[in-house]
Design a protein. Structure first.
Length: 277
């Protein structure tokens, strides 16, 4: 992926927060002109369409940030968050990353040569959506019916079929997707998402007929609590060791929960070293 894009996103976020006076629950920015961040014009248009058709955003306005005209989208996820925490097997409350961050992550995935992106705990579908608009096959697996309803609405209104499906990812039959070169985004911060990871990873690594070893992406943390069970490898060291996963890349990008923090969220790309073919 173009490292300049990641740096530009983080720089814009930092400057936005210095100037931002909004009081909305969630706020994020998307440039209005493709040349601002060297983003494909059609893909940028589709990023805006995602926000415009997503009911978590209630309004928007323009702001000039470092000579980059951006649209600021703001809203509230509380209702969806409350729904998302009611599922016993989920343990991953709905906290969205930025749309720009989702876009950057799928570009990184594409550069790794994967063919399919499976977003486990997909929330409102932004990762799977971005994957589809850059030409990858994508699936969004989400256990909460209200979030899947939102995903279907976005898919219908934008014409982007990122294949949202309501399912328990810990019981899902991943062989039904007929995958060849997949990457799996596993929702949840360290400890919060550990149960999901422990249930999902063995189901995937035991799959036959994959052309390449599967790639898993974890959402980590640069800052660890004193009582954290695992302070290694951004909070995922024990899981990586348990399943023989090798770190191949880390990318730090803005998320909803780090918007007011100086250091953003690390996304850790790992590859399974167990080959089953």
């Amino acid at each position: 992926m173009n490292e300049t894009l990641v740096e530009a996103i983080v720089t814009l976020k930092t400057e936005f927060m210095k100037r931002n006076e909004g009081g909305s629950h969630i706020q994020e920015i998307v440039p209005t002109l493709p040349e601002s961040l060297s983003i494909d014009e059609h893909e940028l248009e589709m990023l805006h369409k995602f926000a415009e058709n997503n009911s978590i955003y209630s309004d928007s306005y323009e702001m000039n940030i470092l000579d980059t005209v951006c649209k600021v989208y703001q809203g509230d996820v509380n209702n969806y968050w409350l729904d998302s925490i009611k599922h016993d097997t989920s343990y991953t409350p709905f906290y969205p990353i930025w749309i720009l961050s989702a876009y950057a992550l799928v570009l990184e995935s594409k550069n790794l040569g994967v063919k399919q992106i499976i977003d486990i705990g997909s929330g409102d579908g932004r990762i799977a959506y971005c994957a589809k608009i850059v030409g990858l096959e994508s699936y969004g697996i989400e256990i909460d019916e209200n979030l899947v309803s939102l995903e279907n609405k976005i898919s219908s209104n934008t014409g982007v079929d990122f294949q949202p499906m309501i399912a328990d990812a810990t019981q899902f039959d991943y062989t039904s997707l007929e995958l060849s070169q997949p990457i799996f985004f596993i929702a949840g911060l360290p400890e919060v998402g550990e149960m999901l990871a422990n249930n999902v990873i063995p189901r995937i690594t035991s799959m036959q007929n994959l052309k390449t070893n599967p790639v898993f992406v974890f959402t980590g943390s640069h800052i660890m609590r004193k009582d954290s069970r695992d302070k290694s490898k951004w909070g995922w060291g024990k899981v990586m060791e348990r399943y023989n996963l090798e770190v191949i890349k880390t990318v730090t990008l803005p998320t909803y929960w780090t918007i007011e923090q100086a250091i953003d969220t690390p996304f850790i790309f790992t590859r399974s070293m167990i080959y089953n073919n």
